[in-house]
Design a protein around this ligand. Structure first.
Ligand SMILES: [Zn+2]
Length: 60
């Protein structure tokens, strides 16, 4: 999947490359390092019951 996010550490735009399961509803959490500042993101992919996907990035 592709997801445009803003790094919570350095504020630079980045891309989430989470290997999530689109058939599993609920929150799936991944850790991914920022490509710019190398700090660890805590990436939460939320799959709704209607299949809608939202991505959130927090400080890991
Ligand atoms: Zn960063």
């Amino acid at each position: 999947m592709d997801g445009e996010v803003e790094c919570p550490f350095c504020g630079e735009p980045g891309e989430v490359a989470a290997d999530y399961d689109p058939d599993a509803s609920g929150a799936q959490v991944f850790v991914q390092d920022c490509a710019v500042c190398c700090n660890p993101w805590s990436v939460t992919v939320q799959v709704g019951a209607d299949g809608e996907v939202s991505v959130r990035v927090d400080r890991g």
